[in-house]
Design a protein around this ligand. Structure first.
Ligand SMILES: Nc1ncnc2c1ncn2[C@@H]1O[C@H](COP(=O)(O)OP(=O)(O)O)[C@@H](O)[C@H]1O
Ligand SMILES: O=P(O)(O)OC[C@H]1O[C@](O)(COP(=O)(O)O)[C@@H](O)[C@@H]1O
Ligand SMILES: [Mg+2]
Length: 319
């Protein structure tokens, strides 16, 4: 293989830059020309690309976001958009493509694979909603961002005897909410995967209040409800003073953690190795601290299940 392309698609996350750097350096070491498409599938369809030499990827390992930029592209969902991308790849002499992104981007990767183009996917989304990898890129950094914010909010919640509803991202996944609730010692994690009874929660908060515990942290996954409505319900039911903090895109940026830097470096290199071995239509992932591969078809069909042990742990801790 003489030329490999790489792109970052969907919601950005910390670790994307580190993965690009690793893939580029691995490719160059094998005398492969590396090109980066800008703004995900948008750049693939235009085409908008840059040649990536070793210098182009220096100084980016520690930076959040993606220097190739990312985008969501409705046009790429159409067969016309995909054919356009394919034609550009052929014209440019690109023989393999590495796609970093979440579940949507990997569905796009499968579409290219099904059209006969060699593709390897790298799971990258703070939502951690991609099956066949314990962790996607960016999840660990996002969790650390959340924990820092929750620790800060806990201080002021305690000073003012308030209940805080802290909304975290995750689209339809409660992963960030449940794991950060465990790690930050929150009182509740409200997630789409588990039904909750707000009146029961209010009763429990009142009982805690009567015991002298006059502040609480409720971490709400964005897909599980409306933070302001929940805070108002708590206030109306028990008179507890409430505040809402929506952490928003703060969660997605910042210097990647050591975990994300290492995972990114491992996945980037492995993606190149696979293409050079003639493998295609696969996603690289992490399982039991080893790099594994799964067909993109299984990834797209699969569903990420909440980890039983974590659910039990949350239960034992009363979250
Ligand atoms: N079913 C699909 N077929 C082809 N491309 C898709 C499909 N779903 C998503 N994509 C492409 O992937 C992009 C990113 O997907 P999205 O779900 O927004 O983010 P993420 O990849 O982070 O989950 C979309 O804007 C679209 O271009
Ligand atoms: O950045 P946007 O376009 O506002 O999208 C926000 C969404 O992106 C995410 O941060 C990441 O999701 P994806 O990885 O699927 O793109 C979600 O948690 C959130 O719902
Ligand atoms: Mg997604």
């Amino acid at each position: 293989m003489r030329k490999i392309g790489i792109l970052t698609s969907g919601g950005d996350c910390s670790g994307m830059n580190a993965a690009i750097r690793s893939a580029v350096r691995s490719g160059l070491r094998n005398n492969v020309e590396m090109v980066g498409f800008r703004k995900g599938y948008v750049g693939l369809m235009k085409p908008d690309y840059i040649t990536l030499d070793s210098k182009a990827v220096s100084g980016i390992l520690h930076r959040g976001g993606t220097f190739l930029q990312s985008a969501r592209s409705p046009e790429f969902r159409t067969i016309e958009g995909q054919q356009q991308a394919l034609a550009n790849l052929k014209n440019l002499g690109v023989e393999g493509l590495i796609i970093l992104g979440g579940d949507g981007s990997l569905t796009g990767a499968l579409a290219l694979h099904n059209l006969g183009f060699p593709v390897i996917g790298i799971p990258a989304s703070i939502d951690n909603d991609i099956p066949f990898t314990d962790m996607a890129l960016g999840v660990d950094t996002a969790l650390n961002n959340i924990i820092y914010a929750v620790d800060c909010i806990k201080d002021t919640a305690s000073s003012h005897a308030r209940a805080f509803v802290i909304e975290v991202m995750g689209r339809n996944s409660g992963y960030l909410a449940s794991i950060s609730a465990i790690a930050a010692g929150a009182e509740y994690a409200l997630v789409p995967e588990r039904d909750f009874d707000l009146s029961e929660i209010c009763q429990q908060l009142r009982a805690r209040y009567e015991e002298g515990r006059d502040n609480a942290i409720i971490i709400l996954a964005e897909g599980a409800g409306n933070a302001h409505q929940i805070a108002d319900s708590i206030k109306d039911a028990i008179g507890f003073e409430t505040r809402v903090t929506v952490l928003g895109h703060y969660q997605r940026g910042g210097a990647p953690t050591v975990f994300d830097r290492l995972l990114a470096s491992r996945l980037g290199k492995n993606a190149v190795d696979l293409l050079l071995k003639g493998e295609k239509g696969l996603m690289v992932g992490l399982s039991n601290n080893s790099i594994i591969t799964t067909s993109l078809e299984d990834v797209v069909k699969g569903e990420k299940k909440p980890h039983d042990e974590m659910l039990r742990l949350a239960e034992v801790l009363g979250i």
